[in-house]
Design a protein around this ligand. Structure first.
Ligand code: NAD
Ligand code: SER
Length: 315
């Protein structure tokens, strides 16, 4: 029986992935942790601990005491916030991964999941249908930390046999937990403001195309990757995953179909330059071939669910 540790369970992904893992592996077999308190659904639905992933001693203690076999390490500082505190963010993003990889090696864990990002690409990367293997010269502290993390994952696999697996998530869109300081956050915020105010001031330009994915598809992809036989995982750095590409103008048009008086204005800030350095669309054919990646949400389907679910929160 696998026993799973989730680090960063209170975040945008962790708050949904933890619940899905508990459905699959059983509530008692998924230990949820975060440096801050999480939703009641998580803290009361199974084991929960406050844990700072940088506290190596406590991390080892939690893993040993709970007889953990797999780790999902989701704690990180995302692109927008990382630009405000580069050195502290580098420290959190890198030291946390090295702690988890060292522990996985020493305690011989069966698998580790650690997410990378489209932020590994940079201004010299071809921006359309960006390949799995291409030029990678990120110019954000977040992107540099994700690219370094991918290299460490591959290193630990070849050198020590640690079975680390990873997805380069595009921007993730969800209604359960608000996004945590990234460049793609506008595509979550826009739904909240459309419901609350019928207007939104976007921090990216109207034509800032970025790859995005609805959370249900991201979670399905994560679990499929983790459950795939090890010999199917040919990419030991991180897999491209595409989802859907759209611009702020296009998502606003889709929202207007349901809220005709919704208004969007544009006031691009420092995150516009980050968006311009990232791909506009992604080629995920390697993930499709290796472990059967599929996506089921397009812009319309995603907008329908987001407006309904965010609307329910304010009813
Ligand atoms: P988030 O900011 O919503 O959640 C991160 C969680 O980590 C938070 O709950 C935070 O409290 C916790 N955390 C921070 N420092 C910690 C520490 N020292 N010890 C323990 N926990 C700590 O982020 P998210 O959107 O859920 O992202 C999760 C992972 O996925 C990150 O690695 C992120 O880079 C990656 N990712 C996210 C997206 C996206 O669009 N959400 C896209 C690409 C990659
Ligand atoms: N959504 C993330 C960010 O914008 C991409 O990794 O930081």
């Amino acid at each position: 029986m696998e026993k799973i540790l989730v680090i960063g369970c209170a975040g945008q992904i962790g708050s949904e992935l933890t619940l899905e893992l508990r459905k699959i592996y059983g509530d008692a077999n998924v230990v949820a942790t975060d440096i801050k308190p999480a939703d009641k659904e998580i803290t009361e639905g199974g084991p929960f601990e406050i844990l700072d992933v940088l506290d190596t001693h406590r991390l080892f203690g939690t893993v040993s005491r709970n007889k953990i076999t797999q780790i999902y390490h989701l704690a990180a500082i995302l692109s927008g916030n990382a630009e405000k505190k580069p050195i502290a963010s580098w420290h959190i993003n890198m030291e946390s991964l090295l702690n988890v990889m060292e522990l996985s090696r020493e305690l011989n864990l069966s698998k580790v999941f650690w997410p990378s990002s489209i932020a590994v690409f940079g201004p010299t990367t071809p921006r359309q249908n960006t390949s799995q293997f291409t030029v990678m010269e990120p110019n954000t502290v977040y992107g540099i930390s994700k690219l370094a993390g991918e290299r460490w994952l591959e290193y630990y696999f070849h050198k020590y046999g640690v079975d680390g697996r990873s997805i380069r998530y595009p921007g993730l869109i969800s209604h359960k937990t608000e996004a945590g300081g990234g460049t793609t956050d506008y595509a979550v915020e826009i739904f909240y403001e459309a419901i609350r105010q019928k207007q939104y001031e976007c921090f990216l330009a109207e034509d800032a195309y970025l790859p995005m994915q609805f959370m249900d598809d991201a979670i399905k992809a994560t679990i499929n990757l983790m459950e795939a036989p090890a010999d199917k995982i040919q990419v030991r750095s991180s897999y491209n995953v595409a989802g859907i590409s759209f611009s702020p103008k296009e998502i606003a048009e889709e929202i207007k179909k349901q809220i005709p008086d919704f208004k969007i204005t544009y006031n691009p800030d420092f995150r516009q330059a980050i968006a311009e350095s990232w791909p506009q669309s992604i080629d995920d054919s390697v993930a499709q071939k290796d472990w059967g990646l599929t996506n089921s949400f397009d812009l319309k389907k995603m907008t329908d669910v987001m407006l309904k679910e965010v609307g329910n929160k304010f009813r």
